[in-house]
Ligand binder design. Sequence first.
Ligand SMILES: [Cu+2]
Length: 67
Amino acid sequence: MEEKTFSVPKISCGHCVNAIKEELNEMDGVTSVDGDPGTKTIKVQWEAPATEESIRAMLKEINYPAA
Ligand SMILES: [Cu+2]
């Protein structure tokens, strides 16, 4: 299991966090997604087949790229 907190500057409110959580939770291997609009961060836990690269790619695709 891997875990990382991504900084996502485009987060502006709780709705952004919920949208990101929904998308990341759809990914194979992602086991937990938590977000904080105050610090504009998303904490993700994952295992194979998900990778940090695939998570970053998804964040970019949904227009919330990680810094
Ligand atoms: Cu928002």
